[in-house]
Design a protein around this ligand. Structure first.
Ligand code: AMP
Length: 931
């Protein structure tokens, strides 16, 4: 091997490693690189450029001439010198030339460069060596480019995401936490995250940072609010001008200070103007009635800029001469209150008779207590007349009889004159009576025995009646029981009632014994029938088996009991929650035998397990539709207990699609979706909400007919491995469930439509996992923030979100009826499936699909094929001479077929990617590619 100088295509001299020992057999020549430190990278790209001589072009060579060489690597943690043995290297690939064999003499030839790309990883040691083994070819290795990919540091939603090396797998997303830029903070419970894809692109931004109080966003940074502006909270978007009567002479203020004489109440937000106390109330007038005064006034001329003005009254009692005033104290009453008055009047009671008072009325608002300026009020001076006596309290029950009560009491604390008499008011229910007494005792007669009465007493002077004292409740004594016999207690009547009741019970017992429980259940069931017939005339309606008191009754109403001898179990095909799922044959008398799936209930089951197991059959048995899995019957009288269902040869849809990735035409995929939608339309019309619609719960038969399956009530969630516990309680398959069902368990046919949208995406992407490897929590968050699954970019199809299936509001989503209609139209006009369908709100051109990767960034055809998961055809492209992306972008469907790619799904996938690449090149360079 030598280090030589050759010429490239442009006849420029280049340095190469060459070997050409084609004449001698058993060649084993090695070339090894220096130790390459890999840093953080886990997935390394190796791009080789080399020339290779065609053995046929070498005159006189024997059979030992080769046209390939081998590429190896070896991971180590440090440089190991020459100690590595050849056998320790790990082979990456045998590298062959593409069409570019080099012709002519070694010395003066024109080199034809081959470019090959290989990827190694995940790597775990600190570095590695690459080695090239020649086994007898005539090669010149021109360049070896070793690189890895990373997502470059960016600022998104005010968070900085550092340079991030991509993950180890092609499909891995590396989750990266963002760090808020200066003067920004994380939004509560919404920390910023992004995902670095294997291709070095940032995807799915979640959460964000927001500028702190006093700062606002300018581009990717937070800047302080200017003088005279403020921002009180990080939640506000913009800085605002200081409100009236406030100012700030600093930058970055979160609030503005009040001007002198103006204030902000504690409850005032920074956005309201500063205010001041109100002026005094106007036009205060009064009216005296004995020892009661009423005041009225008009509102103040200036409310201080606020609308929370109330009034308070300050009462002072003054001596005659010299005038000295003291607070009125707690014995004075204010109606409705002394302070916090909203209306412009107040009544003041219980003033002393023949006394002088000063009454002040002050208007106050939310900042009155903050102000140190002088109080402003309106005042009047008044003199009271004679007062009525105060309340009579301390009433004593002296004697309680069957028909009379004797009471005594104390004179009021403030008689305010000579008490002339007392009035005793008593009432039973609504009937009020009074008696009078000149002394402080009274006996009230003519009462009813065993009756509750309420008594109140008030005093009377020349100034009138005082107010009634507190209520005193007294029950008169019972009358002697022997004297009266009421009709209800008459023993004759009691005996008669007991006899009649006994007879009725006896009749019922005999009747029940003869007719039995079945009749009662039949009546109950009949009531149900009647209920549903009345509710939905003409429509068959789903009946929840849980409404049946006896689950056996439900199962036999909806499912046929089969004789176990008609069933032949052949083999186990799966595992269900309650036992094995088998395939077999069902031969009913007089009918042809049919293939069936048989779900069995494992031995040792509890009664609840048996009920839950059969519940699925009670539900399934109510349905009869070509796109809903059909129940043949059940075996409940023998063991094992079995549910017999029509056999669906291709099993569940998700596994089926993954197994046949890319192998169906779009029409076939749309046909599957149409079937699922029709099944769901039927179920929703019956009033059945599925709650767990997902590709794994769709079964496929040998004719590619899809049928909805997996029915149950709560157990649906229990046996779904995708279901996880959410904060609202209960297990939910988060990736498939509408937000309103996750948040407050609102499961409806509209939430089934959302799940259908996810199924549509699963189908069009051949069983890809929705939201890839994002965590459930991130999915919930991303959905809340408006992120939706993009269109599977290989399909000529709008994203489910674009046709409203994943609309936020359940009412905005289409009905299954409409979905079936649209799919039918597509199937009738297959041309619409070659170009974007017109039903989406945003027309999506497959030629410039926003969700597609940037194909122009790929430098080799190999990388391009890998990106569209078609790397299996790398050799086909190489062999046919498509070595540059430009040449691929010019390919037609005929060219694709000429490569030997026969699967229609793959042809379409590649063709659609070619169209996108072409469109991107056009977009990028402004020039088209000649096709
Ligand atoms: P299940 O308990 O309904 O989830 O069923 C468990 C597995 O058994 C499914 O994932 C299917 O692979 C298979 N299976 C269930 N029902 C049928 C059927 N009717 N025909 C064929 N395979 C079925």
């Amino acid at each position: 091997m030598c280090v030589c100088v050759g010429l490239d295509e442009n006849y420029t001299p280049i340095r190469t490693y060459q070997v050409c020992q084609v004449m001698e057999p058993n060649q084993n020549n090695w070339l090894r690189t220096n130790w390459i430190e890999k840093g953080d990278a886990q997935r390394i790209f190796i791009e080789l450029k080399f020339t290779l001589r065609d053995c046929n072009s070498l005159p006189g060579v024997v059979g030992s001439c080769k046209e390939t060489f081998n590429l190896y690597y070896q991971e180590t943690d440090s440089e190991v010198g020459r100690s590595l043995r050849e056998t320790q290297y790990v082979k990456i690939d045998t590298i062959a030339a593409d069409e570019s064999f080099t012709q002519g003499d070694l010395g003066e030839r024109k080199m034809k460069l081959n470019t090959e790309l290989r990827i190694i990883g995940p790597l775990s040691r600190r570095g590695f060596y690459l080695a090239f083994q020649d086994v007898g070819a005539c090669i010149a290795l021109v360049s070896v480019k070793v690189y890895y990919k990373k997502c470059w540091s960016i600022i998104e939603n005010l968070a900085t995401f550092p340079d991030t090396v991509t993950g180890s797998e092609f499909s891995s997303l590396v989750e990266v936490e963002g760090i808020c830029v200066n003067d920004a903070e994380e939004e509560t419970d919404n920390s910023p995250k992004m995902h670095c894809s294997a291709e070095g692109e940032w995807l799915v931004p979640i959460g964000k940072c927001i500028c702190k109080a006093g700062f606002h966003q300018k581009g990717d940074a937070c800047e302080p609010c200017g003088r005279g502006f403020y921002k009180s909270s990080s939640q506000d978007l913009q800085c605002s001008r200081c409100p009236a009567h406030s100012f700030t002479d600093r930058e970055g203020s979160w609030r503005c200070d009040c001007e002198d004489g103006y204030y902000r109440a504690l409850s005032d937000p920074p956005s309201v103007a500063c205010t001041r106390p109100p002026s005094a109330p106007q036009n205060l007038v009064y009216n005296i009635n004995q020892t009661t005064v009423s005041l009225e006034w008009n509102p103040p001329a200036d409310t201080g800029g606020r609308n929370d003005v109330t009034y308070r009254v300050i009462c002072r009692r003054c001596s005659w001469e010299p005038e000295e005033c003291v607070p009125c104290g707690p014995n004075v009453g204010y109606s409705p209150a002394q302070s916090g008055l909203v209306d412009t009047y107040v009544g003041i009671t219980d003033l002393l008779a023949h006394a002088n008072y000063t009454l002040e009325v002050e208007a106050v608002n939310g900042v009155s207590d903050l102000s140190r300026t002088q109080r402003l009020f309106a005042a009047v001076s008044i003199a009271t007349g004679q007062a009525a006596p105060s309340q009579v309290s301390d009433v004593i029950k002296e004697k309680i009889q069957q028909r009379s009560v004797q009471l005594s009491w104390q004179e009021p604390h403030h008689p305010n004159g000579v008490i002339k008499e007392y009035e005793i008011k008593y009432y039973e229910k609504d009937k009020v009576s009074t008696v009078r007494s000149r002394s402080t005792t009274a006996t009230v007669n003519n009462l009813k025995p065993s009756t509750s009465y309420v008594f109140q007493i008030r005093a009377f002077t020349d100034a009138g009646f005082g107010t009634y004292g507190p209520r005193v409740e007294i029950t008169t004594k019972e009358e002697n029981a022997a004297t009266v016999v009421s009709s209800e207690q008459n023993p004759v009547i009691i005996i008669a009632v007991v006899a009649v009741a006994g007879t009725i019970i006896l009749v019922f017992m005999v009747f029940g014994f003869i007719i039995g429980r079945r009749y009662a259940l039949a009546v109950y069931t009949c009531f149900l029938c009647l209920f549903f017939t009345v509710k939905f005339p003409g429509t068959k309606t789903y009946i929840d088996p849980e409404t049946y008191e006896d689950p056996n009754r439900a199962i036999h109403q909806f499912a046929k009991e089969l004789d176990a001898s008609c069933i032949k179990i052949e083999r186990v095909i799966g595992a269900g929650e309650f036992g094995e799922v088998c395939s077999g044959r069902l031969k009913l008398p007089g009918k042809r035998d049919v293939a069936v799936a048989i779900k069995t209930l494992k031995v040792g089951y509890t009664e609840k397990q048996r009920r839950d197991f059969l519940c699925e059959a009670s539900i399934m048995g109510q349905f009869d539709h070509p796109n809903v899995v059909h129940l043949e019957g059940v075996v409940t009288r023998g063991k094992p207990v079995m549910i017999v269902i029509e056999y669906m040869e291709n099993g569940s849809l998700d596994a089926f699609l993954r197994k046949h990735d890319g192998q169906f035409t779009v029409i076939q995929l749309v046909g599957m979706l149409r079937g699922i939608a029709a099944g769901m339309r039927y179920l929703s019309e019956m009033g059945y909400v599925h709650r767990d619609l997902a590709a794994r719960n769709i079964l496929v038969n040998s004719n590619l007919v899809c049928k909805v399956s997996d029915f149950g009530l709560s157990r649906v969630m229990d046996d779904d491995p995708e279901a996880v516990y959410t904060t609202t309680g209960g297990k939910i398959p988060v990736r498939w469930t509408a937000p309103e069902a996750i948040q407050y368990r609102k499961f409806t046919s509209a939430s089934d439509v959302w799940s259908y949208g996810i199924v549509m995406w699963e189908v069009m992407s051949y069983g890809e996992r929705p939201y890839w490897d994002m965590s459930n929590q991130d999915v919930i968050k991303a959905i809340e923030e408006g992120y939706r699954l993009p269109a599977p970019w290989t399909a000529p199809w709008p994203a489910p979100a674009h046709v409203g299936l994943l609309a936020e509001g359940p009412g905005e989503r289409p009905k299954f009826e409409q979905i079936v209609g649209v799919l039918d139209k597509m199937i009738r006009n297959p041309n619409t499936l070659k170009t974007p369908v017109g039903t989406c709100t945003r027309p999506i051109s497959p030629l410039l699909d926003q969700n597609a990767p940037d194909f122009t960034a790929f430098r080799t055809v190999g990388e391009w094929l890998e990106a569209i998961k078609m790397e299996r055809y790398r050799d086909n492209f190489t062999a046919a001479g498509y070595s540059s992306l430009e040449s691929v972008a010019r390919m037609s469907i005929d060219d694709i077929m000429r490569l030997g790619i026969t699967l229609v799904g793959h042809q379409k996938k590649i063709m659609s990617s070619i169209q996108t690449t072409r469109a991107q090149m056009l977009h990028l360079h402004g020039t088209g590619v000649q096709v």
